[in-house]
Design a protein around this ligand. Structure first.
Ligand code: SAH
Length: 250
């Protein structure tokens, strides 16, 4: 089948995928395929589960809101989860949803919410972050979901980073300078990006981050960006200079 003929819709399934092994759909998933996409018996979608690659699957309808998908043929082999860690102070509601989705689209493989002194949200709904990650993964064509870690205090999140991982610390207090030049001069190796809360970092936190070896303090230019904008800008810069936009494996 040529790419042009492949179905456009992709669905994440939690079940293992194997040829002929029907995967029961939840009521919501079945409703989406039957009512929103108006797929009929035998209609095709792409499915993935983060382990078994991507499959062409056919719909088996069992009722108005009941259906299963039967994997027919593997289209793509499983790829590894990208190695980019994304550390961020969680935001509220819709902007948190946005941040989780955009981080996945931009290639984050580990999502680490970090609690700082000025973080406005202290308890996160893992399910909601996961739902956003799934939506983004379905949309952007990747085959693995990111690892979503439980929220951690800044100090713990820093301690959990391997010593050789370069931490790109987006610091609104740094005088504007070219982020592209700073990243071009950075050492190569595994990567992490840290974005602060709406209220920014306090001095003690700044000291803590900067005390970590292999930390690159980065300016995102002459304007203070909202945290969700900063996240996308920083991930784009890092991917372009050092990551998979620059042809390095993710
Ligand atoms: N309230 C703070 C701004 C916080 S912006 C103030 O007015 O100073 C939220 C986060 O986005 C920051 O902690 C930082 O990680 C990132 N950020 C926003 N603009 C930035 C910039 N120009 N340079 C570097 N980081 C920036």
């Amino acid at each position: 089948m040529s790419t042009a003929e492949q179905p456009r819709h992709r669905l994440y399934l939690a079940a293992r995928l194997a040829a002929g092994a029907a995967c029961e759909l939840s009521r919501e998933q079945a409703g989406y395929l039957l009512t929103v996409l108006r797929l009929k018996q035998g209609g095709q979608v792409l499915v993935f589960n983060g382990v078994d690659g991507e499959w062409l699957a056919e719909l088996a309808v069992a009722g108005r809101k009941a259906a299963s998908l039967v994997p027919v043929r593997r289209i793509r082999d499983q790829t590894a989860r990208p190695d980019l860690h994304y550390l961020f102070a969680p935001l509220k509601h819709a902007r948190l949803d946005y941040m989780a989705q955009k981080a996945v689209e931009m290639g984050a493989g580990v999502i680490q919410p970090v609690l700082t002194r000025r973080t406005q949200v202290s308890r996160l709904k893992h399910e909601r972050l996961l739902a956003n990650a799934i939506e983004a993964a379905e949309q952007c064509g990747i085959l693995s979901l990111p690892e979503i870690r439980p929220e951690a205090a800044l100090e713990q999140a820093l301690a959990a980073l391997e010593p050789d991982r370069l931490l790109v610390f987006c610091d609104e207090a740094l005088a504007p300078e070219s982020p592209a030049a700073a990243l071009a001069a950075a050492p190569r190796g595994p990567l992490a990006v840290l974005i602060g809360p709406e209220g920014g970092f306090d001095e003690a936190e700044r000291g803590l981050v900067l005390a970590r070896p292999r930390t690159l303090r980065l300016s995102l230019g002459p304007r203070i960006l909202r945290a969700d904008t900063a996240a996308v800008a920083a991930l784009a810069l890092v991917q372009a200079a050092l990551g998979d936009w620059a042809g390095r494996p993710g």
